[in-house]
Structure formats: structure tokens, C-alpha cells
Design a protein around this ligand. Structure first.
Ligand SMILES: C[S@@+](CC[C@H](N)C(=O)[O-])C[C@H]1O[C@@H](n2cnc3c(N)ncnc32)[C@H](O)[C@@H]1O
Length: 375
């Protein structure tokens, strides 16, 4: 453990770690504090490098207009941005509504440095916390109990949670920085961890996994019809040390016709990334917590980029919307189920053609949103 301003934190822990409030610490200090708090287990990065990374973090926020529009009617209070990234959605929200504050979570140190820098001018309206989002309920409880920094209302009380935002998946810098090991296009050590200070790398996972488990992983997370064939090739090629070796192994494993339909390793890389970071497991828990922590009239918005994620969101929102009702859909409910949320649109919302043309990473997005009811 180390102390951090007035807040006690776990160095490099997977659990919540509060970055100093931008209102009280100069930006240079923020970045050096960020990286020094994680020594010695984190990748060696000086504070100066930290600042450079923060200033060169380029990620174009997806469905920004839709997210803003959906959050305009919420009461005054805190929006918890569970996937803060570079802080693009967060900044737009803080600019759009002076009565909203942000508590932003991310597990990626580079993203946190960038967001801390970007949101510094909003002072105590932005609190940045290093955490995975499956800690959402604990973080909100500690904020409400005064155990961690939290935006306060005029009466000095912690502001209620009026919005929860998830913009899932990876940020552009995670894909574009070769040394993160996420990209099949850039050769680098096979890492893929969003938090590089802990957990198993993709290389370590591939070293120990058996054929059936790897086949399931590629099928479930990558929806890859070639899953078994690719899994066999990967096991035969072990140890696979780099992204380049993995991409080549997959390319050699699939028929030429598949190679002509885009990069054959795309699904394999996505499947491994989801497994390495436990993305689906974390989401399930966080969605339940999100609907619990919202006040009535508060809204939860999720942007998914993968059908497995979107299915989880659809299921969680449907269960909350029906309250687990077991009555036939065409008849009035008599089972006593109590709906907890109402939906804000039919189905899911994709990106517009204009946005897709401008930002190819928006192509696969599906947005779902619900509002908490007063029950
Ligand atoms: C698509 S980016 C968010 C971009 C951000 N909305 C913006 O506009 O700049 C997703 C971010 O979520 C983070 N992330 C993904 N899974 C996470 C998890 N389980 N807990 C915390 N952060 C997570 C990633 O590290 C990444 O920075």
C-alpha cells in the first residue's frame, strides 16, 4: 500500500485506486504521481514519458451526439464513466451540462494519464479512478461514505449517481501502440493486457491452454467458424512470442478463400483480448451494479462492439425492464414482477453512415440505454 494525497491506495492493484483530484494537483504532478504510484512492478515509464503519452492520446469518441442527447434529461449529479479512456465522452458531458460531474474509471494507466490531463480544467467536477469497472458498486459506496474523493453538492453531500456510461472495448491508442500487443498489424510481444501491471499476457495464456479450451475461447469470443483448425495450429506453433508470429500462424491455418476476406487473424486477436482482460465476466457484474447505483430518472448507456457484449447488455436490460416477469407477453402481468427500468428506444442504435465514414471504429457499435424507474 502507499498513500496518495489524502487517499490510501493499493499500488498497481486491480482494485480501485483514486488518482489525485485534478482540482488540487498541477498536471505535471498528476502524471508523475500516476506512474510513481505503480513502481516497481509496472512497465518502467518516467513521468516525462507519461506526459508525452497523455498529450498524444488520440481516440475519437463514438456516438458522442447520441450519448449527450440521452444524458441531457437526467437530474443533476454524477455520471460514472466506467470506461473513461482518453476522457472524450466525459469532457463533452462536462461541457454540455454545468450541473453534472464525472467519476471516471479505467484500468489502463496510459488512458488515465491522458484523461487526468484532459479533465484537469474541470477541477473537482472530475474524479479519475484507476479501477476495473466490476468494482463499480464498491466505488460508489465508498464515495457516498466519504471514504474516497467524490463530487459534492452545494450542501457538502456526495452527489447521487444519475448516469452510468460504458463505452466498451479498446481505445485507439491501445490498438495503435505496437508495444501493447493488441494488433495483428503491428509486430510486438504478445501482451494484450489493458492493465500491463498485472495478470496473464496473451502469450502466457497460449502457453498453458489446451485444445478444447482454446477452441471454445475462439468460438465464443471471436465467433470464428475456423476455431478448431486455428486452435490446433496455435498449439503446434507454441511458444508464440509475438503478435506477428500469431498473425502468421493463423493466416497459414485458414484456407486461401478466408484469407481473401480481410485479415484472418482479426477474430483470433479479438477473442484472445476478451479472454486476457476478462471482458465479458466483468461486464455482467458491472451492469447489475450500474442499475443498482442509479437514482430514479438516472440513465445507463452502453456502447458495445461485439455481439457477445451486446447480448449480455440486451439480456440484463430486458430482465430489469420486465422485473423477471414470467407472464405470457400478450397478457397483462399477474406474477407480481416489478420493472426497474424503462427502455429509451426500440432495439439497439448503430452509428450513422456519416459517423462510420468518418470513424471506421464506429462500424460495429450498438448502443442500448435504459432509465431507472421510481420503484
Ligand atoms: C473505447 S475506450 C473509451 C473511450 C472514451 N469513451 C473516450 O471517449 O475517450 C474503452 C476504455 O475502457 C477501458 N476498459 C475496458 N474494459 C475495462 C474494465 N473492465 N474496467 C475498466 N476499464 C476498462 C479501456 O482500457 C479503454 O481505455
Amino acid at each position: 500500500m502507499s498513500t496518495y494525497g489524502s487517499t490510501r491506495i493499493n499500488s498497481c492493484s486491480h482494485h480501485a485506486e483514486t488518482m489525485r483530484s485534478p482540482s488540487t494537483v498541477p498536471v505535471e504532478d498528476l502524471s508523475s504521481a500516476l506512474f510513481s504510484a505503480c513502481r516497481p512492478r509496472c512497465r518502467a515509464t518516467s513521468s516525462v514519458e507519461g506526459l508525452q503519452m497523455a498529450s498524444t492520446f488520440h481516440h475519437q469518441s463514438v456516438q458522442l451526439a447520441e450519448v449527450l442527447e440521452l444524458l441531457m434529461p437526467v437530474p443533476a449529479g454524477v455520471v460514472v464513466d466506467c470506461t473513461l479512456g482518453g476522457g472524450g465522452h466525459a469532457q463533452a458531458l462536462l461541457e454540455a451540462r454545468a450541473d453534472l460531474s464525472i467519476v471516471g474509471l479505467d484500468r489502463d494507466q496510459v488512458a488515465l494519464a491522458a484523461a487526468t490531463n484532459r479533465l484537469a480544467r474541470f477541477g473537482s467536477r472530475a474524479v479519475v479512478i484507476r479501477s476495473t469497472f466490476d468494482q463499480l458498486a464498491n466505488i460508489v459506496r465508498e464515495g457516498m461514505d466519504g471514504q474516497r474523493p467524490w463530487p459534492l453538492a452545494a450542501d457538502g453531500k456526495p452527489q447521487p449517481v444519475v448516469g452510468v456510461l460504458f463505452d466498451l472495448g479498446v481505445s485507439s491508442p491501445q490498438l495503435d501502440e505496437a508495444d501493447r500487443g493488441f494488433s495483428y498489424r503491428l509486430d510486438a510481444p504478445l501482451d494484450m493486457r489493458m492493465d500491463q501491471s498485472q495478470g496473464q499476457t496473451a502469450r502466457e495464456l497460449l502457453d498453458v491452454i489446451d485444445l478444447d479450451a482454446l477452441t471454445d475461447l475462439l468460438r465464443d469470443n471471436g465467433e470464428d467458424r475456423m476455431a478448431r483448425r486455428i486452435a490446433k495450429a496455435i498449439l503446434a506453433a507454441r511458444p508464440i512470442l509475438t503478435t506477428g508470429e500469431l498473425a502468421e500462424t493463423v493466416a497459414q491455418a485458414v484456407p486461401a478463400a478466408v484469407r481473401r476476406r480481410g485479415h484472418p487473424a482479426k477474430r483470433t486477436f479479438q477473442a484472445l483480448r476478451i479472454a486476457v482482460n476478462g471482458e465479458l465476466d466483468q461486464l455482467e457484474r458491472a451492469l447489475t451494479d450500474a442499475l443498482d447505483v442509479l437514482v430514479p430518472g438516472g440513465r445507463c448507456i452502453v456502447l458495445s462492439y461485439h455481439s457477445g457484449e451486446d447480448r449480455l447488455v440486451k439480456t440484463a436490460f430486458a430482465a430489469a425492464r420486465t422485473g423477471g416477469c414470467t407472464c405470457p407477453p400478450q397478457l397483462p402481468c399477474v406474477c407480481g414482477a416489478v420493472p426497474r427500468v424503462k427502455k429509451l428506444h426500440g432495439g439497439s442504435i448503430g452509428a450513422t453512415a456519416d459517423e462510420m465514414a468518418e470513424n471506421p471504429r464506429a462500424e460495429s457499435v450498438r448502443l442500448r440505454a435504459v432509465e431507472k424507474l421510481n420503484v
